[in-house]
Write a protein that binds this ligand. Structure first.
Ligand code: ADP
Length: 223
């Protein structure tokens, strides 16, 4: 299973990415985590990217692409599955990720799009700020990250829709419910992916299939 996560900050990319990776026993490659780890360890890469992260700007494409290529090579050696979380974030990265995937024989099967509106993700990020103290979870930097998401990341969603690998999920609901729906969708696709021979794939819009995945259930108390 090879999955790309596309979502605004705060929609649950990291949480759901980790869930998918654990469920399928595949690598979770989270670019933001990798970059924050470099910053924390004060590596030369960390020192070079720190200001971008603090300002909520994208670090230069070549920096993340080199990091991701290395992680994909490791994922290939470990069985070939992956969840890419945090990349691609613009059209150049989307094309480059596809090129690297082709080269390694491991292009994505699914682009998992988590849909959540700005008010909800801002509320979640500010709540997280009180617990985690991420340097970019301030009202001002959250605004900048959302602006960038709408300007340069959201437009690539159509590209995945055209490639026929887009799966959209309503991520406004509690995380357990979103997670169940994602796993159900991926499990349903698994047999088709396992014997995929390259024929055209079709986009799936789970936002319109909510009932089939338990959207009518009462929301669990915590989210
Ligand atoms: P979020 O989606 O909540 O912003 P991430 O952890 O994915 O959180 O990313 C945090 C920061 O790391 C981004 O604001 C950006 O500065 C940097 N970053 C992560 N992935 C990329 C990427 N693919 N390209 C450029 N910058 C990135």
């Amino acid at each position: 299973m090879r999955v790309l996560m596309i979502a605004p900050p705060g929609a649950g990319k990291g949480t759901q990415g980790a869930l998918i990776a654990a469920h399928f026993g595949i690598a979770h490659i989270a670019t933001g985590e990798l970059l924050r780890d470099h910053v924390a360890r004060r590596t030369s890469l960390g020192l070079a990217v720190r200001e971008y992260l603090d300002r909520g700007e994208l670090v230069p494409d070549h920096v993340v692409l080199d990091m991701v290529r290395e992680a994909l090579v490791a994922a290939k050696a470990a069985g070939g599955g992956y969840v890419l979380d945090g990349i691609p974030r613009n059209m150049e990265q989307a094309r480059a990720a596809y090129r690297i995937g082709r080269e390694l024989g491991m292009t994505a099967d699914v682009a998992m799009h988590l849909e959540a509106d700005d008010a909800e993700v801002t509320r979640r990020l500010l709540a997280r700020a009180a617990l985690e103290h991420r340097s970019d979870d301030t009202a001002e930097v959250i605004g900048q990250r959302l602006t960038l998401y709408h300007q340069v990341t959201a437009p690539i969603i159509d590209w995945y829709r055209e490639r026929g690998i887009l799966v959209s999920v309503d991520a406004m609901r509690p995380k357990q419910q979103v997670g169940r729906e994602i796993l159900a969708a991926l499990e349903a696709m698994r047999p088709r992916l396992d014997d995929e021979t390259g024929q055209a794939r079709h986009p799936v819009d789970l936002a319109t299939l909510g009932e089939a995945f338990g959207a009518a259930e009462p929301h669990p108390a915590s989210g």
